[in-house]
Design a protein around this ligand. Structure first.
Ligand code: GUN
Ligand code: ZN
Length: 426
C-alpha cells in the first residue's frame, strides 16, 4: 500500500512487545530490530516498524542511532496532588494519609497551587517517558479540571478522576454524594474522550474507608451510566483491611465491599491488591478486573509484597504504578526494578522482558488500550520513546537489562504521543 504524504521516519534500534492476536495474555514475546525504520503517518499512527534495510522510504529520515525506540510507558496508578510530598511516606499507610496526604491535598482548593503542581506533574511524567497514566486528582472539581487542562496541554494520554471521599478525612476534603454526582457529570461532559480520545474520566472512590455506602453506590452508578473505568485502592495494608472489615461487617472480605456495591467488574482497576485471600483473587479474576502493582510504594510504606503469581496464573491484567507520592519516583524503570525485587522476595524471578512488558503493553492492556498503544505494531497510535543507550550495549538482553535495572545512563531523549513530539518542547 502507498505511503501517505507527510509520513515521518525514525531510524534506531527498536524494542517492543508483540501484541498477541485476540488473547488476554499480556504479551507474546518481544521484537528487537538492530537497525529499524519506524514509519508514522501524519495522523499519528504506526505504518510500519521493520528493518531499515528492507523498508523502502524516500522521504527524510531522522537518524537516532544508537538510541532505542520503545513504546511509551504506562503508569497505571499515581496521585497528582501528592507530587510535592514524594519522599514523605515513611510510615504505615493510615498514619501517612493523616499526617502528610490530607493536609497537602486540602491545598488544592487554591487554584494557583493546583495549576503550579499540575504543570509540574505532567512535566515530570514526560521526562520519565510516561505517555499514558491513570491519575487520582484531589477532591476538588476545579483542581481536577486544572489537571485535565494540563494533561491536554502536555499532550499526554490519561485517565484522571475526581477523588471521592466523604468520611475519615478533614472536612474541606469531604464531598457529599449529592455534590459529587453533578461534579463528575460536568467533568465527564467537558473532558471524557477529548484530545482525540487521549483523555478519559475515571471514577475514583479513594478507598472503602473514605467513602460512605451512598458515595460508593453513586460512584458505581456513574461508572455504569457512562461505561467508565473505576479505580480505587484495595487491600494495601493489614491495618487498613482490618478497619474496612470493622466498618463493613456485612462484607465477607475487602473485595466484597466493592463487589456488593457494584464497583467490581471488567473496568475496575485495583491498586496494590496485596492482602487478598484465594477466594478474592478468584472472584477478581472471574469479574475481569485489573490490578495496578505499585511495588515502590509497597516497600516504602512497608505495606507488604503483592503476590504477583496470583494475578499472573489467573490471567488478571497487571499494570505497574509509580504510586507517586507514596512511590518515590515518576520513572517507570524504577517501578520495573522494584517489581523485580518485590517478586524476588516471594521467590519469583521476573525477567527483564516481563518487566518491560508490564510497563508498556501490560499497562495498556489493563486499561483496555491494547488495541491503540503499548507496542510498536502497525495500526497502533504512535506513542513511543527515544531512549539513549550506550552503543557498547548491543544485544536485546543488554538493552532490556539496562532499561529495567540500570536506567541512570539511558536518558529519555524524546517522547511522542500519537506521533506528536511532546518532550522536549520549546
Ligand atoms: N489508600 C487510600 N488513599 C491512598 C493514597 O493516597 N495512597 C496510597 N498509597 N494508598 C491510599
Ligand atoms: Zn494510591
Amino acid at each position: 500500500s502507498p505511503i501517505p504524504l507527510g509520513t515521518r521516519a525514525y531510524r534506531g534500534r527498536l524494542l517492543s512487545p508483540l501484541t498477541p492476536e485476540g488473547s488476554r495474555n499480556q504479551g507474546a514475546g518481544l521484537r528487537f530490530i538492530e537497525d529499524a525504520l519506524l514509519l508514522v503517518t501524519p495522523d499519528g499512527r504506526i505504518l510500519s516498524a521493520g528493518p531499515a534495510a528492507t523498508t523502502t522510504f524516500r522521504g527524510p529520515v531522522l537518524d537516532l542511532r544508537p538510541a532505542v525506540l520503545i513504546p511509551g510507558f504506562v503508569d497505571a496508578h499515581l496521585h497528582y496532588p501528592q507530587t510535592r510530598i514524594t519522599g514523605s511516606a515513611s510510615g504505615p499507610l493510615l498514619d501517612w494519609l493523616e499526617r502528610s496526604v490530607f493536609p497537602e491535598e486540602a491545598r488544592f482548593d487554591d487554584p494557583a497551587h493546583a495549576a503550579a503542581v499540575a504543570s509540574d506533574f505532567t512535566r515530570r511524567m514526560l521526562m520519565a517517558g510516561t505517555t499514558t497514566c491513570a491519575a487520582y486528582s484531589s477532591a476538588h472539581a476545579a483542581a481536577t479540571d486544572t489537571l485535565f487542562e494540563a494533561l491536554d496541554r502536555a499532550g499526554l494520554r490519561a485517565f484522571a478522576g475526581l477523588t471521592l471521599m466523604d468520611q475519615g478525612c478533614p472536612e474541606p476534603l469531604r464531598l457529599d454524594h449529592r455534590e459529587a454526582l453533578p461534579a463528575m457529570r460536568d467533568l465527564i461532559q467537558k473532558w471524557h474522550g477529548k484530545g482525540e480520545g487521549r483523555l478519559q474520566f475515571i471514577v475514583t472512590p479513594r478507598f472503602a474507608l473514605s467513602c460512605s455506602r451512598p458515595l460508593l453506590e453513586a460512584a458505581a452508578q456513574v461508572a455504569a451510566d457512562h461505561q467508565l473505568f473505576v479505580q480505587t485502592h484495595l487491600a494495601e495494608s493489614p491495618a487498613e483491611a482490618e478497619a474496612v472489615l470493622r466498618a463493613c461487617p456485612w462484607a465477607i472480605d475487602y473485595l466484597d465491599v466493592y463487589d456488593r456495591l457494584g464497583l467490581l467488574g471488567p473496568r475496575s482497576l485495583f491498586a496494590h491488591a496485596i492482602h487478598l485471600s484465594p477466594r478474592a483473587w478468584d472472584r477478581l479474576a472471574e469479574a475481569g478486573a485489573r490490578v495496578a502493582h505499585c511495588p515502590d510504594s509497597n516497600f516504602f510504606l512497608d505495606s507488604g509484597r503483592m503476590p504477583i503469581d496470583e494475578p499472573r496464573r489467573r490471567h488478571v491484567p497487571i499494570a505497574l504504578g509509580s504510586d507517586v507520592g507514596a512511590g518515590r519516583s515518576f520513572d517507570m524503570r524504577r517501578a520495573m526494578s522494584h517489581a523485580f525485587d518485590s517478586a524476588l522476595c516471594l521467590g519469583t524471578r521476573l525477567t527483564p522482558a516481563e518487566l518491560f512488558t508490564l510497563a508498556t503493553l501490560g499497562g495498556a492492556t489493563a486499561l483496555d488500550l491494547q488495541g491503540r498503544v503499548g507496542s510498536l505494531d502497525p495500526g497502533k497510535e504512535a506513542d513511543f520513546l527515544v531512549v539513549r543507550c550506550p552503543d557498547h550495549i548491543t544485544t536485546e538482553e543488554g538493552i532490556l537489562a539496562q532499561l529495567a535495572f540500570a536506567s541512570d545512563e539511558s536518558t529519555i531523549q524524546r517522547v511522542y504521543v500519537r506521533g506528536a513530539q511532546v518532550h522536549p518542547v520549546d
